[in-house]
Design a protein around this ligand. Sequence first.
Ligand code: IVH
Length: 689
Amino acid sequence: MERARPSRSRAEALRKEIAHHNYRYHVLDAPEITDTEYDALFRELEAIEQAHPDWITPDSPTQRVGAAPLTEYAAVTHRVPMLSLANAFSEADVEGFDRRVREAVDAERIEYCCEPKFDGLAVTLAYEHGRLVQGATRGDGYTGEDVTANVRTIRAIPLSLDSKHAPRLLEVRGEVLMLRRSFALLNERQSARGERTFVNARNAAAGSLRQLDSRLTAARPLTFYAYGIGAFEGSEPPAKHSELLEFLRELCFRVAAQRRVVYGVDGLLAYYDELGALRAELPFDIDGVVYKVNSLRQQAALGFVSRAPRFALAHKFPAEEAVTTVTGIEVQVGRTGALTPVARLQPVFVGGVTVTNATLHNEDEIRRKDVRIGDSVIVRRAGDVIPEVVRVLAERRPADARIFHMPKHCPVCGSDVYREPEEAVSRCAGGLVCAAQRKQALLHFASRRAIDIDGFGEKIVDQLVELAMVHTPADIYRLSVEQLASLERMGEKSAANLHAAIERSRRTTLSRLIYALGIRHVGEATARDLADHFGSLDAIVHADAQSLLQVCEVGAVIAASIERFFAEPHNREVIDALRAAGVTWPEGAAKAADSIGPASGKTFVLTGTLPNLSRDEVRDRIQAAGGKVSGSVSKKTDYVVAGADPGSKLAKAQELGVTVLDEKQLLQVLEIGGDSSHGESTARKDRRD
Ligand code: IVH
C-alpha cells in the first residue's frame, strides 16, 4: 500500500480513520476493511509517532495500552451517585411500580423506555471537552475505583467524542461486559494454555477489568454498553431517556439494540415476555430487563427512595433450567467435615454457563427427590449460586439407574462417617486428621481462645498446609524457625516471634486443649465443664456416654459427639502426638461440684459494649469467678450485664425482673459476690429501666 508522507496532519488523519474502523469493528460489528488493512494503518501511525513522539496525542489509538501497572486503585468520588435499582420478581411488583409512578406524576398512562439488564459491571466514564479523562467502577455507589487505564484498553469505549456534539462535561454510565462468543473463546484459550477458566462471562469481565496491570485487561475481550448518564454540563441534555440513548449512540457508544419505548404496564410486561423469549439468543448475558420512566422531567419529579430511583425498576428473569443426565454421584468433604453429595452431569448450557455438576445437598434430599445415577433431571441455576437438581424426569428413568448410598468412610481421610439424630448432614469424624478439614482445624486449634498461638493466622496456615509442612496440630510443634522463615512474607524476626509463640503455647490448660480439639458441639463453656468434671484428659477420652451425661449442660447429642471423637483412632493418635511434642497442661482430680468463687452458681448474660472490658475479657472474668455465661435471658438468669447499645436482651431482662449490671457493678459482683448485701444493693439501686 502506498503511504502518504509522514506529517502531523497525516497522523491526525490516520487516528480518525483508525477510530472509525475501531468503531465499525468493536461497536457496530460491521468492519469495512480486513484485519490486515487495519494493521497496516495502525503500523503507519505507530511509525510516525515513533519518529515524532511530540506528535502523540492522549486519544491516539496507539495510546490505549501501555500504562504502567498500579499497586492499588485510587478512590474516585462520584459527582452523581451510582445508585442501584429496585427489583421486581412478579407482575404484581411491576403493577405496583406503575401505579406508584402514575400517582406521583399524576398521569393516566406512562411512557417508559425498556432495556435489557446487562449482567456485567457498572462503570462511569468522564469526558471533558470530548476527551476521556477518567473511568471508575461503581464501588459502593458513592465512591468507586479509578480504572481509567483499564477502560482505555476497551476498544468499544471511544477515547474522544465528536466535539461538535459532546458537552463540556459528560459522564457516560454503562456496563462493562464480555460478549458470550468472546467469553467462550477466552475460556478455550485459557484452558489450552492450562490457565484457569471462568464460570461465566460476568466473572470473566470482572476479573479482567479489575487488573492492576492494564496490559492484562487489554488482552481480554471486553466491551461496553452505555445505558445512561451521570453529570452533564455545558449544554441541555435531551428531554427523554430514549433520546439520551440515541444521543449516546451518535457519540459512537454501543447501546442495546433491544431498547424500546412502550406505554403502560401492558407495554412493560409485553417487553419482558419478548426479551425473555430472546434471552438465549442475545449476544450477552442478561438477568432481567430495566424499565425507566422516559421523560426526564418526570424522572426528576419522582426522585429517589433510599438508594434507588423511583423512576426505574429492574424486572428479573426467573432462574434458568435445563434437562440433562446424572452420570454419577460423588461426595465432597467441606471445611467443617460436612459431606455433600454432588451430581456429576452430562455438561449442559444453562443460565449462560456450562454446568457439569450440581449439589444434591444431603442424603435426605436425594431420597426425597429420588435422584438416581443415570436419571434425566432438570437442573437450575440462579445467579451465581451453585446449580441444583430441581427434579427427576421419572418417565425417562433407565432400567439400570442406580441408587446412591452415603459412604461409611470419609472419601478424603477414611475416618468414620456419622449422622447426628435429627440432622440431615453426614459428617467425617476425623476432625484432626482429615485433609479437607485441615486448615479449619489448625486455625481453630491455634486461635486465641484455644491453644492461643499469636500470629498463627490464615495466610500462615494456608502455606503450611499447601507445602505439606503441617498435617495435624501436633506438627505445629515440630516447625523450626528456619522452616517458618521460609514462608512467604515472613521475615526472620516474625519467624522468631511466631516460633516463640508456638513454644509458649506448649504450656496450656486442660479446658483450652479440649476446646482446641474442635470436637463438634464442644464450645469453650463445655470444654471448661468437662475439664472441671473429669480433671484429666485420659478420663475424658475414656468416658462413656453415661458418665459424660453427668457433666452439667452435656446432653445426649454432645455426649455422643465427644464419645465419637475419641473413638476415632486417628484423633487419638494426634492427641498422643501432641503429648509427645511436649504440650502439657496441669491435671488434677475430678471436681465434685462446680468451682467455688464469688460468682459460683450464677448465670450471666452479656449485651451491648462495655466501656473498658471486651466481651472475651468479661467472659473470662466471670468464669474465673466461678460463674457461667449464657447466650439468652431466661428466668434462670441471675444477671444481665449491659453496655452501650444493648440488644433485646436488656428488654427481656427488665421484663423478667432480672438484675442488670453495668461494668462497675459487674466487677463488684465478681469480687465480693452478688449475694453480699453491699453488692446486691448497689446493683439494684443503679438498675437500668
Ligand atoms: S440504570 C439509577 N440500566 O444494574 C439507575 N442499570 O441495580 C442506574 N444495570 O449496577 C442504573 N443494566 O450496573 C441501568 N440497562 C440498565 C442496566 C443497569 C444493568 C446494572 C447497573 C447497576 C445495577 C443496578
